[in-house]
Design a protein around this ligand. Structure first.
Ligand code: C2E
Ligand code: MG
Ligand code: MG
Length: 600
């Protein structure tokens, strides 16, 4: 009995369990169904409500799904869209990249992003960003494509506006400096490849401030806008007219066959400006000054080209405004300047418009004038006393330096002879040589001839050459200097310390003296590094048995420093400025007189 009833009880329990399980499974299934339904509903809602267009395509690229946002973007309702390919309705027939989307998508299984020109049902052009993914079945076969699409026309327009504003001048609409520099850079790179020229025209309106001040800013603005229009009308499509700011404009002429073409454009601009600007009933005459620089003749980078054009513009202003000037290295300009300078220099030499000043060199131990440096001056009838820095270089370029240098040397020797004859010539007169002169084959022969002809003691004559002149050709320098030294003529290394000669090189030179450049002296004793350089040069010179002279001594403190370091001699305003021959004679006479009284 007990067994039967207990068997039944277990049977019932089993059934109840099974029932429960069944019920649970059903609930679970229902729940899952509901969840799936919910998910699908959610997804549908999502697709229905999202502002992104959701489009699906079959393998032939025909629309299989089209959400309300897609309708909103393109204007086509779902029933008009289904079954059509993009090129049949939303890609314009003229679109350059008609098939770009599918081509790109065909290459990628991961999906692509692409911005396309599209067209709406109303025929409006829009730009859309497409995110496309292939739809793949579990077997890996592509069964279609899904796209998310967004109308970005407005955003791109805003971006374009911002970009435009960052690169253009608000008043005239011309490219601004930033864009101009960009374009110039491109023009340079292109010209380098194609071996062409680029011209930069820098314009500054003449007396524009006056217009602004007298007629008001509105009129000023009007003039600037008019100028912008006129400039644009003078140039080719590929040229750039830009506004630098204020009343300054820059024009870039890329891809020129010959640099001279820039002159034609400049002349056209000047002619265009001849017509007055009409403001209401007023006529305003505006002129401009133009500076021109060229790639590659004047410079090869953006900044230098602009700088040179700017500099040339100031020259145009200087020479009376309303004109164009090429940067000075321009051949035409240089040629005219050179011709003029050459004529004046030649005449100067012929008419002996040059004279020498003599600056005493004082022996630090004795306080005696031990030497005089001859410094050439040009007494230009139109400009007065011209310093060598303004004409020596030109004379070099023109090849007049050899002649001028010989004149200087001869004049110095004759002066020395006169002092010797008077009994006050117990000094060494030194003469500067220029690089070109130094390299001339005839140098030593001509100097020796002049010494002989003037009858001076060669040991009272010295030449000064700079470090860099010697370094250019060490072997030739040694040979020339040795010839001069062999007859007793002194050789001093001028401006020492600014070059790069090494002690080893200096050792090989048959020099007799060395002059410390005045840039070091100017900073002693305050500046420690100038002080130690000066000290080192003195010590080095003394070890090589070179007589060392300090240049440009202007203060007592500098002299004291030099004396403490055992410098041999000094030269500078502290003792005397460069003197005329008459003044120098008087000074030597006074020295001889005091010695005569001292000894006699
Ligand atoms: P340099 O040979 O170094 O001549 C010294 C220059 O320093 C001279 O300028 C002189 O007037 C200047 N000077 C002298 N004492 C002082 C001073 O205390 N303070 C300052 N600040 N300057 C001082 P200058 O006469 O203008 O000559 C300049 C350069 O022109 C010379 O430099 C020399 O290289 C060159 N030069 C002068 N005469 C001739 C010449 O006949 N032929 C050649 N080829 N070059 C010459
Ligand atoms: Mg000198
Ligand atoms: Mg010097």
């Amino acid at each position: 009995m007990v067994t039967i009833s207990s068997e039944r009880a277990t049977e019932r329990e089993r059934l109840e369990h099974a029932n429960d399980a069944l019920a649970e499974e059903m609930v679970g299934r229902l729940k899952a169904q509901q969840a799936e339904l919910l998910a699908a509903q959610k997804l549908r809602m999502h697709v229905e409500r999202t502002p992104l267009g959701v489009v699906e395509w079959d393998r032939q690229h025909r629309v299989t799904a089209w959400n309300p946002a897609a309708e909103a973007i393109f204007g086509f309702p779902e029933h008009e869209a289904l079954g059509r390919t993009a090129t049949e309705f939303i890609v314009p027939a003229s679109g350059a990249r008609r098939d770009a989307m599918w081509r790109e998508l065909g290459l990628s299984r991961d999906g692509t992003k692409i911005t396309l020109d599209n067209v709406t049902r109303a025929g409006r052009s829009i730009q859309c960003e497409w995110y496309n993914t292939p739809l793949v079945d579990p077997g890996g076969r592509i069964v279609g494509f899904a796209s998310l699409v967004q109308d970005v026309t407005e955003r791109l327009n805003t971006e374009r506006t911002i970009h435009y504003m960052a690169h253009h001048d608000a008043l005239t609409g011309l490219p601004n400096r930033r864009l101009m520099q960009d374009r110039l850079n491109q023009a340079i790179m292109q010209a380098r490849r194609k071996q062409r020229h680029v011209a930069v025209l820098f314009l500054d309106l003449d007396r524009f401030k006056l217009v602004n001040d007298t007629l008001g800013h509105d009129s000023g603005d009007y003039v600037l806008k008019d100028v912008a229009r006129r400039l644009a009308s003078c140039v080719r499509e590929i040229d750039t007219v830009s506004r630098e700011g204020g009343d300054e404009f820059v024009v870039i002429l890329p891809d020129l066959e010959r640099p001279e073409n820039a002159r034609i454009v400049a002349e056209k601009i000047l002619r265009e400006f001849a017509r007055p600007v009409e403001i209401g009933s007023q006529e305003v005459h505006i002129t401009t000054s133009i500076g021109i620089s060229h790639y590659p003749n004047d410079a090869t980078d953006v900044n230098q080209l602009l700088k040179h054009a700017d500099g040339a513009m100031y020259q145009a202003k200087d020479s009376g405004r309303n004109t164009a000037r090429f940067y000075t290295s321009d051949l035409n300009y240089l040629l005219s300047r050179r011709l003029e300078m050459e004529g004046r220099l030649r005449k100067g030499i012929e008419l002996e418009e040059f004279f020498l000043r003599y600056q005493p060199q004082v022996d630090i131990a004795t306080g005696r004038i031990a030497g005089l440096e001859a410094l050439v001056r040009w007494n230009d009838p139109s400009k007065g006393e011209v310093l060598p820095s303004d004409f020596i270089l030109v004379a070099e370029e023109l090849g007049l330096i050899v002649q001028l240098g010989e004149w200087v040397f001869r004049t110095a020797c004759r002066q020395l002879k006169a002092w010797e004859a008077e009994g006050i010539g117990d000094v060494v007169v030194s003469v500067n040589l220029s690089p070109r002169q130094f390299m001339s084959r005839r140098l030593s022969a001509s100097l020796l001839a002049i010494v002989r002809e003037s009858g001076v003691d060669p040991r009272s004559v010295a030449v000064e050459i700079t470090e860099s002149m010697v370094m250019r050709s060490m072997e030739q320098s040694i040979e020339i200097l040795a010839q001069l030294r062999s007859v007793g003529i002194g050789v001093s290394i001028d401006d020492f310390g600014v070059g790069y000669s090494s002690l080893a090189q200096l050792k090989r030179l048959p020099a007799s003296g060395l002059k410390i450049d005045r840039s070091f002296i100017a900073n002693v004793p305050e500046d420690a590094s100038s002080g130690s350089i000066t000290e080192t040069i003195i010590a080095m010179a003394r070890s090589l048995k070179l007589r060392v002279v300090a240049e440009g001594v202007e203060t007592r403190a500098q002299l004291d420093f030099l004396r403490a370091k055992h410098c041999d001699a000094f030269q500078g305003y502290l003792f005397s400025r460069p003197l005329t021959a008459l003044e120098a004679s008087a000074m030597l006479r006074a020295q001889a007189g005091s010695r005569a009284t001292a000894t006699g």
